[in-house]
Ligand binder design. Sequence first.
Ligand SMILES: [Zn+2]
Length: 217
Amino acid sequence: MNFNMNIPGLKDVTIHKVEEVGERIAIYVSLPKKVHQCPVCKKKTSKIHDYRIQKIKHLKWFERLTILFYKRRRYVCECGKRFSEKSPFVDKYQRFSKEWNQVAGIRSVKAKTFKETAEVLGASSSTVIRRFKKLVKEQLNEGVHLPKCIAIDEYKGDTDAGTYQLIIANAETHEPIDILPNRRKETIKEYLMKYGADVEVVVMDMNPSFKALLEKH
Ligand SMILES: [Zn+2]
């Protein structure tokens, strides 16, 4: 039985099946067939080439984590070009829905720790940190304002093996504020010179060489 239902972030999708898979609810979805424009020759086509299943993590539904099995359609054009259908809820090759990414970004800022957000949203901390970084990057133009009391924590970045990055957080609320690409003295010094005019207290639990540096600051 197919049905349509307004699940947040999943408008207009057809739901083919809903079932429990371990801790998660699996929702099998597809989009209605539609005329698409060929990205190469710009002609219109609605000829189906094949389907691919895209497995996507989505937001909670009735307090349960969900996973979408999206039967993504590929069209074929007269010119021979094969291309994936447009989807309002997930980009190509992504493992998280657009809605999920949005919520992860917002929650990563509001929640006290990345770990908490990761648990609530059913992902790893490193995924949440990546969304946070993206958000920070997007908002960088607005400028960073550091409070009087900041905390600096290090975490092992997942991009280059063995490199550490620094998380700057509000020491009172524990809200993450920024991420520095490495833990080199010059990096943090420059950062504090730029944004740290109001900083009076720095809380940290790490490399003692920083402490000396910050005392001088
Ligand atoms: Zn074409």
